[in-house]
Design a protein around this ligand. Structure first.
Ligand code: ZN
Length: 118
């Protein structure tokens, strides 16, 4: 199965897990940060999770982002067990269930979380 990874232009979130100790993590590494296993598995996340924290960025860090400010940034606890930071809808609250969609800002494909429609 082809794993989609937004950092490589695909509309998906990739993460890694350890075949030995079952640890999961987001930032790609060549070894397990828990036990040092050197054959981590590449996996596809569902894109669903829960809002852990939320902030609004009023002063964008770059010229390209300035046109989009203010915008929300969230820490998401994914269903797979890793935590990631991403853009987010402005109407979210901590503890809310969210789903990832992909947006384009200044030519970059970025994950952005929004409420799961009920
Ligand atoms: Zn491990």
């Amino acid at each position: 199965m082809q794993i989609l990874d937004w950092t490589k232009g695909g509309e998906g979130i990739a993460y890694q897990s350890c075949p030995a100790c079952k640890a999961v993590w987001y930032f790609r590494r060549t070894f397990c940060p828990q036990c040092g296993n050197t054959e981590p598995l590449e996996r596809q996340a569902s894109g669903q999770g829960v809002v852990h924290a939320l902030t609004v960025v009023a002063r964008a860090p770059s010229e390209a982002l300035r046109a989009h400010a203010p915008y929300a940034i969230a820490l998401i606890d994914t269903d797979e067990g890793f935590r990631m930071m991403a853009h987010a809808a402005a109407d979210l609250a901590v503890g809310e269930r969210v789903q990832c969609r992909f947006i384009r800002i200044a030519g970059c494909l970025l994950p952005s979380f929004e409420k799961i429609p009920t």
